[in-house]
Design a protein around this ligand. Structure first.
Ligand SMILES: O=C(O)CCC(=O)C(=O)O
Ligand SMILES: [Mn+2]
Length: 205
């Protein structure tokens, strides 16, 4: 069953997935091609991108991508030993946040941005389960630029899913998903253009 996608139904660009212990859905083309191109260009040049270091195997290593943390001033965030103090919201981020809050009925305090410069940039297996995200984190993930494979694996069952996150898509994870599933963006050997991903989150502290 490895590597299969399980679309339950698909209508008006919305795809639901029949995965156990997961509450996920994908909106294709949530942002249209013009909006996506404009937002990609603006975010790429205006976001204060940085390359953080994490400690792995007892060594300090640069993460294989650039990232940035924006949001409400009092909401800092710690993951993999990286402590991120937020930059204030800018106009583009607030516009995107408003669009996805209206669609999902969720509210977000913060956004983690990742810039994958090529197929060589990646993010390893993890769950978005930091305590400050609350018991059942709601995550809204927006992608611009090159399509990358979002891989999921169940923590105890032998089930995996591969979900391509295309330009302009909105992917939502809710409920118990982070308890039972990990995800990653693997490297790709293809010569890929860059991709920007934004994960909107709510921090409770
Ligand atoms: O780039 C992606 O689609 C995933 C990003 C992610 O998992 C994260 O920021 O926690
Ligand atoms: Mn994640």
């Amino acid at each position: 069953m490895a590597g299969h996608v399980y679309p339950l139904f698909s209508q008006h660009g919305l795809e639901n997935f029949d995965l156990p212990d997961a509450d996920i859905r994908l909106y294709h083309g949530f942002f249209n091609v013009e909006e996506s191109a404009r937002l990609f260009a603006r975010l790429e040049s205006e976001i204060l991108w940085q390359q953080d270091q994490i400690r792995m195997f007892g060594k300090q290593m640069l993460i294989p991508r650039l990232n940035a943390w924006y949001g409400d001033a009092d909401k800092s965030y710690t993951y993999s030993g990286i402590h991120l103090k937020p930059h204030p919201w800018n106009e583009d981020l607030l516009w995107i946040k408003d669009r996805i809050e209206k669609e999902t009925g969720l509210t977000f305090t913060s956004v983690l941005l990742n810039l994958y410069r090529s197929g060589n940039d990646s993010m390893g297996w993890h769950a978005d389960d930091e305590p400050e995200l609350g018991l059942n984190p709601s995550i809204a993930s927006v992608s611009f630029g090159a399509s990358r494979m979002f891989q999921m694996r169940h923590v105890s069952k032998k089930i995996r899913a591969n979900i391509p996150l295309d330009n302009g898509s909105l992917f939502v994870m809710q409920g118990s998903t982070q308890h039972y599933w990990q995800h990653q963006i693997p490297k790709s050997s293809k010569a890929l253009d860059s991709r920007i991903n934004l994960t909107f989150r709510s921090i409770y502290h």
